[in-house]
Design a protein around this ligand. Sequence first.
Ligand SMILES: [Zn+2]
Ligand SMILES: [Zn+2]
Length: 204
Amino acid sequence: MQIKRFRAKLIKANCYLVAENGRGIVIDPSVDYDEATDGGAITLLGVFITHGHFDHIAALDSYVKKSAAAVYLHRAAYPKLGNPELNCSALFPFEIKVAVPEERARFIGDGSEIDLLSTPVRVIETPGHSDCSVCFMIADMLFTGDTLFKDGIGRADLPGSVPNALVDSFSKLRSLNPTLTVYPGHGEATSLGREIAGNLYIPR
Ligand SMILES: [Zn+2]
Ligand SMILES: [Zn+2]
């Protein structure tokens, strides 16, 4: 399994391609379809959204138009795609609006397992930063969106944040294998064990 990180100009949101044998999935489409799939050279099996904030969905339009892949997201993320107030782009001097037809959307939640690659994508709901935040576990990789960063966590004072859910969400992450490699929504990769041991922002 090959993993590739792309970094959007917009607030440096990470976009990940996880691929094997010329087929793959994209997590958080912050960069264009052509960039992430090498102009379609990688067959896109699915698009995964860690939460419905504008920086993580900024280029989703291009995936909807240029591929037939389904979009996997929490039900509460769906109404945010087309609504700048809800996806928080209204806080900035631009508006992001994405239209995903309902038949292209697949709603996921705690315990969902999606079989597209040779290893399933497992979903862990982690509300806090947003009510629609999820993490994706694939083999020994954990894609955390804005729930967990290297030496930080996502702020929980935005519209749609659920600060009082953070303790429960992080206790779920603490129960996972500490050797998991964390691929966050912003910044560099880290390991779960390193963050649990030394990340001062994780609520305890
Ligand atoms: Zn966010
Ligand atoms: Zn973000």
